[in-house]
Design a protein around this ligand. Structure first.
Ligand code: ATP
Ligand code: MG
Length: 585
């Protein structure tokens, strides 16, 4: 059963309630999805009329997607899936001057990796620059916008504060003819950057600062990666976004809470354009939800860039990074990410989610899908003194305890094995059931052995452990279970083991809220977040393919690194330990 199937029906939430009420009230019943009046006819989204709702995920291609974006992606695509709708992927590239190709490709890969499909609906904000420009002329002609020639400083000074109203610009009463003339000359490049801006004419005394005649167009002599040098005026994000939504016939425009104060402008703008017949009703509805905050994780783009540029991590896809490319390399699964998104739900209240919830979602899915294998991470030799030196035989280990249908595999057993260093103690601690002189344990899937003792080097380090095996105790043979032992150790045959690089990843930050207060967040980096070791793996792991996931018994879930693994030489990353052991060493 898939992680999604287990979850159905999805938990309800306030956004689902809104959508269900809209559908029940027939809000979109009369809507023609495919066509619309006015200039917007040229673009209406490529999906047919049966479609019920339409959402969008609108990343700005200026960085890599992170866990927070995953919440938004799962929400938007998930709603479209559950209500018979479509979700558009739209690159919000209103800002020229940003190199975007690397980010665009990575965003496309990550959304696909999460398991979502926008069908043919991949768009760019810059696809609509011509409409946005026409709409701006319409607003000028109808008295809803004017060209302001104050400097940026004057505009700021006249904007007022939360307690004081703003002051009208001396240009506020410019006639539509004069504004239109200036705007057209702005467009053809007559003026330098900053000489004029186009502003909506709303209310300089509004208690909502966003309604105090917000700027909607600015002069920018810059080349745009999609439109080249066609434009030297560019729309402001707050003006562009509602128009993009409306032109694409989005029904529910879902965004994070910081846009709540922008909603009145969103509605004001679309109302004006609909009044003029430039947009069809019903108009898209903006709905805000609270963003994801995760303990032990930073999701700020600026800080993530700093981590990469200053070399605190290896790259954007470093398995410790909270990016989706990092999550993928870490071995996190898309199913686990979607499970996480369902579990955290959506609401309007700000909250912190504990990182262990994300890890638990991964464990839950990995437990289901990951075949079991043996790896010795901190090896010491175990020598079975009474086992013939030239002999080896097969032991049989099950591939998945909950899925017997996945069968067993052969593991060679021989006189010299690797076991974990911590599985031997010369002087046992209280309650220690593993190897110590005189004690017997079972070598998992193999024989019971009785420990003779350890051999030490000049520094007192154990270099080998000796034992004797009971020839009639082999697992799976008659009478084997007459041996009652408490310890059950994993091992690999030294002659057959495959030595491999294994990277033990842990949380990137050791503080739940990195950089809280005035502290530099770099001071909260976990010095032990990456440890590279050479481990001994059972022979069958030698052929592991990139991105194959396994449970290494007793150690956790591991994935063959998708970048560094070579044929017959996989490199493994630890995805997550078997249990939450954070802070409990
Ligand atoms: P910026 O500060 O550069 O705008 P951003 O994180 O908002 O960064 P966008 O590319 O604008 O990046 O985000 C795309 C979408 O992802 C937006 O709809 C945004 O609301 C959503 N999003 C971003 N961060 C989170 C988060 N932590 N939780 C939930 N949704 C998020
Ligand atoms: Mg943003």
């Amino acid at each position: 059963m898939s992680a999604d199937a287990k979850l159905s029906p999805p938990a309800t939430n306030f956004i689902r309630n809104i959508i269900e009420a809209d559908l029940a009230g027939g809000k979109y019943a009369a809507r023609r999805w495919g066509g619309r009046p006015g200039p917007a006819q040229a673009h209406a989204g490529a999906t047919p009329d049966e479609e019920k709702i339409r959402t969008r995920f609108p990343p700005e291609p200026n960085g890599y997607l992170h866990y927070g974006h995953a919440k938004s992606i799962c929400l938007n695509f998930g709603l479209a899936r559950d209500y018979g709708g479509v979700c558009h992927l739209r690159f919000d590239d209103t800002n020229p001057e940003k190199e975007e190709k690397e980010y665009v490709e990575s965003i496309i890969d990550s959304v696909k990796w999460l398991g979502f499909d926008w069908r043919e609906n991949l768009y760019h904000a810059s696809d609509y620059f011509a409409w946005m420009y026409e709409f701006a002329e319409y607003l000028i002609r109808t008295g809803h916008a004017y060209v302001d020639s104050q400097s940026a400083d004057e505009m700021r000074a006249n904007r007022g504060t939360l307690t004081e109203p703003g002051r009208d610009s001396p240009n506020r009463e410019r006639s539509p003819e004069e504004s239109l003339d200036l705007f057209r000359r702005m467009k053809i490049g007559e003026f330098p950057d900053g000489a004029h801006v186009l502003r909506a004419r709303i209310d300089m005394a509004s208690p909502n600062l966003n309604l105090r005649d917000p700027a909607i167009y600015r002069i920018r002599h810059a080349s745009h990666h999609n439109t080249g040098d066609i434009w030297c005026v560019y729309p402001m994000y707050t003006y562009a976004h509602p128009i993009e939504d409306a032109l694409e016939n989005i029904t529910h425009s879902i965004c994070t809470l910081e846009f709540e104060d922008q909603r009145p402008f969103y509605d004001w703008l679309l109302e004006r354009l609909a009044e003029g017949g430039l947009l069809q009703r019903p108009l898209p509805q903006q709905i805000e939800f609270s963003r994801l905050n995760l303990t032990y994780v930073l999701l700020s783009k600026r800080k993530l860039i700093q981590l990469v540029e200053e070399g605190h991590v290896d790259a954007w896809d470093d398995p410790r990074m909270p990016t989706l490319v990092g999550a993928r390399r870490r071995g996190f699964t898309p199913e686990g990410m979607r499970l996480f998104a369902e579990r955290i739900g959506v609401s309007k209240s700000d909250s912190w989610i504990d990182f262990s919830l994300l890890e638990d979602c991964m464990r839950e899915h990995l437990n289901e899908i990951a075949p079991r294998r043996i790896a010795v991470l901190d090896p010491v030799k175990l020598i079975i003194d009474n086992y013939p030196a030239d002999l080896s035989e097969d032991c049989f280990a099950q591939n998945h305890p909950q899925h017997p249908e996945l069968g067993k595999r052969a593991m060679p057993f021989s006189r010299e094995l690797w076991i974990e260093r911590e599985d031997f103690m010369e002087v046992p601690a209280k309650g220690y059931f593993r190897l110590f002189p005189g004690n017997s344990v079972r070598l998992r899937y193999g024989y019971v052995v009785k420990c003779g003792g350890g051999v030490k080097d000049a520094d007192g380090n154990i270099t080998e452990v000796h034992c004797e095996y009971m020839p009639d105790s082999k697992s799976g043979t008659p009478g084997a279970d007459t041996y009652k032992v408490k310890g059950n150790l994993h091992w690999v045959s030294a002659a057959h083991a495959h030595a491999a690089e294994v990277r033990l990843y842990d949380r990137l930050f050791s503080a739940a809220s990195p950089g809280a207060g005035d502290r530099d967040f770099l001071q909260d980096l976990n010095a032990d977040s990456k440890r590279v070791i050479t481990a001994y793996l059972e022979a069958s792991l030698k052929d592991a393919k990139a991105e194959e996931r396994y449970q290494f018994e007793r150690h956790g879930y591991f994935v063959a690194d998708r970048i560094d693994s070579l044929p017959a030489a996989p490199v493994f990353n630890r995805t997550v330990t078997l249990r939450d052991s954070w802070g409990k060493t």
